[in-house]
Design a protein around this ligand. Structure first.
Ligand SMILES: Cc1cc2nc3c(=O)[nH]c(=O)nc-3n(C[C@H](O)[C@H](O)[C@H](O)COP(=O)(O)OP(=O)(O)OC[C@H]3O[C@@H](n4cnc5c(N)ncnc54)[C@H](O)[C@@H]3O)c2cc1C
Length: 561
């Protein structure tokens, strides 16, 4: 509890400040046992020292102030200069650039591509989880840059020219010839007015220019981080929907014909600029085979989906830690909030969600790391489990951040008290990005149909924990759902969300049963798996009797330095 400031002489004590919890700053965000053990287990343990450097930075008052400033000072579009020439610039607050500098400097945008040692994607994933807890909005261009590389590699000449600069640890903002810059950022433009999920409906045209390049004419309804240097764009070529690389500045130094129409006025994600753009014969080069735009860009989408899981896991952890910290310092009715049984149950339940989200997120990062090295079984597991985890974790994040916010009572609802209002506003976005809920759940079905070993890869992983009867029962029920979904398409589509959710929760339970402390694993399985439990859909704080809640709460308790 903080004491009130001393009264000035003669003043009555009308404004004593009592029972307010100091801001949660000056701690190591990477001081997260679930994250650190998963980092080591999945092969990225060598990155732990850097993770703590980043964690101390993310937890510092200085960086949290940059996060606040980057969000209250929204990016501003300057379409023209004073003389009427088009400039198409977006001006960001200096705090945005500060955050970007740290993210790029620590390789969150591309380190595994320049230093592909074992565990590189795992290390990057853990760093992304830690640094997202500083501020989430700038993760958008960071994530798109990371994800652009596997797609770009399908055009080896373009990759040779740009990959080293995309992977360079230098944030070099400003519009210049890409090859003359010290570091590059990449974006992705697929969504048009008439539809984002069904990109085959894209109307942007790509006409061959005769020299290997194409001229793109049309629009994109959503194009985030329009200040990126390069964009992967979908457009209709004579051969069909194709993927192109479109630079904002052409090799001769002239501006490409990509015009930013306006910035979106969004619910959250306010530090990040999301725009509408038009192309008027913009020059672009094909990436991958013409007519195979979707399979080409899907490499990028898969990586950004993993980042949606990582980003939402970060939001869940951050919200949980803020709630736990508050509840352990605030008193009501003569006791610490955390000691009131109903609140103990809520914070413990939030902690379980955080442990489960982090554990599956790092497991998938490990699968991505091993798949990148040619491990087919891990690639199969990733194809099925990633959309399921993306569906489930991103969809739960608004509920979890909302519940964490409520742990602070009215203070939770107040903008300058904690970052929770920002977290809540940001929280639905990862579920919309890269396939909104239904589309992602349907992708689980698609992945199962196209990946013969996919179901077995996931079930095999779950069966490793089958000595726990609750995991075994959930696995049996999942097998039934998989069979039912495969029986006919209508049933499959109708039950897609159920299947995706159950697959994700069962995998979470199995992973916790093998790797988490007994208190965490036991409570997760007892409350979320199998008949007779309240189930994963129950409101948070409905944990059954007889669990070791103290053993759970230590996992979300942080210490200020
Ligand atoms: C802040 C923000 C930034 C963005 N940045 C970018 C960007 O940089 N680049 C980019 O390309 N896109 C971007 N997007 C677009 C985003 O990826 C799309 O909004 C998303 O893919 C959904 O497309 P849509 O909005 O056209 O919705 P629709 O495709 O119209 O879908 C509407 C709803 O219908 C559901 N639905 C669709 N098809 C089916 C089906 N067959 N069965 C059942 N349900 C279905 C969807 O799940 C969704 O809930 C951004 C969006 C936001 C909000």
């Amino acid at each position: 509890m903080t004491a009130s400031a001393p009264l000035s002489p003669g003043r009555r004590p009308t404004h004593l400040v009592l029972n307010q919890v100091p801001p949660l700053v000056g701690f190591d965000v990477a001081d997260d046992a679930a994250l650190l053990t998963a980092l080591h287990r999945e092969g990225g343990g060598w990155a732990e020292p850097e993770l703590h450097d980043l964690g101390l930075l993310a937890g510092s008052a200085r960086i949290q102030e940059h996060a606040r400033l980057a969000n209250i000072n929204k990016p501003v579009l300057r379409t023209h200069d004073a003389h009427g020439y088009r400039v198409d610039e977006v001006d960001f607050h200096p705090s945005w650039h500060e955050l970007m500098g740290v993210a790029v400097g620590h390789g969150l945008h591309a380190a595994p591509w320049s230093d592909p040692r074992v565990g590189a994607h795992v290390a990057r994933a853990a760093k992304f989880i830690v640094w997202t807890q500083a501020e989430a909005g700038h993760g958008c261009p960071i994530s798109m840059t990371y994800s652009s590389v596997p797609a770009l590699r399908q055009a080896p000449d373009l990759a040779a020219a740009y990959e080293p600069l995309l992977a360079a640890p230098v944030h070099d903002p400003g519009l210049r010839v890409p090859t003359a810059k010290a570091g590059l950022l990449a974006g992705m433009a697929m969504t048009e007015k008439q539809g984002g999920s069904d990109v085959r409906a894209n109307t942007t045209r790509a006409t061959p220019a005769g020299d290997g390049s194409f001229l793109l004419t049309g629009h994109k309804w959503f194009c985030s981080a329009p200040m990126c240097d390069l964009f992967l764009v979908l457009a209709q070529a004579p051969e069909g929907l194709s993927c192109f690389l479109l630079p904002r500045v052409l090799p001769d130094g002239s501006r490409n014909a990509m015009f930013i129409q306006r910035l979106k006025d969004k619910l959250g994600n306010t530090s990040n600029a999301s725009s509408e753009v038009e192309y008027d014969e913009a020059v672009a080069w094909p990436v991958g085979e013409l007519g195979r735009g979707v399979p080409t860009i899907i490499n990028m989408v898969s990586a950004t989906r993993l980042d949606c899981v990582l980003g939402s896991s970060a939001a869940i952890r951050q919200a949980t830690v803020i709630a736990a910290n508050y509840a352990s310092q605030r008193t009501s009715f003569g006791a610490q909030l955390i000691d009131h049984p109903a609140m103990t149950s809520v914070v413990a339940d939030l902690t379980l969600e955080s442990e489960a989200a982090t554990t599956i997120a790092l497991r998938l990062a490990g699968a991505a790391d091993r798949a990148a090295r040619g491990d087919e079984a891990e690639a199969a597991l990733l194809r099925v489990a990633l959309p399921a985890a993306k569906y489930w974790i991103c969809k739960r994040t608004p509920m979890i951040t909302g519940e964490a916010l409520e742990c602070l009572g009215g203070n939770g609802y107040v903008e300058d008290y904690s970052p929770l209002p920002r977290l809540l506003r940001d929280s639905p976005l990862n579920s919309i990005w890269e396939g909104s809920g239904n589309v992602t759940a349907l992708d689980v079905l698609r992945a199962l149909a196209r990946t013969p070993d996919g179901a077995e890869a996931v079930l095999g992983e779950i069966d490793l924990a089958a000595s726990d009867p609750r995991v075994a029962a959930a696995a049996a029920s999942l097998r039934g759902l998989l069979k039912e979904a495969a029986s006919d398409r209508q049933t499959g589509e109708r039950t897609a969300r159920l299947l995706a959710g159950q697959l994700a929760v069962t995998l979470q339970g199995a992973l916790l049963a093998r790797h988490a402390p007994a208190a965490v694993a036991d409570a997760f399985c007892a409350s979320r798996l199998g008949p007779g439990t309240a189930g994963p859909g129950a409101p948070l704080g409905s944990l059954p009797e007889g669990l070791d809640l103290a053993g759970i709460l230590v996992r979300s308790a942080v210490t200020s330095r």
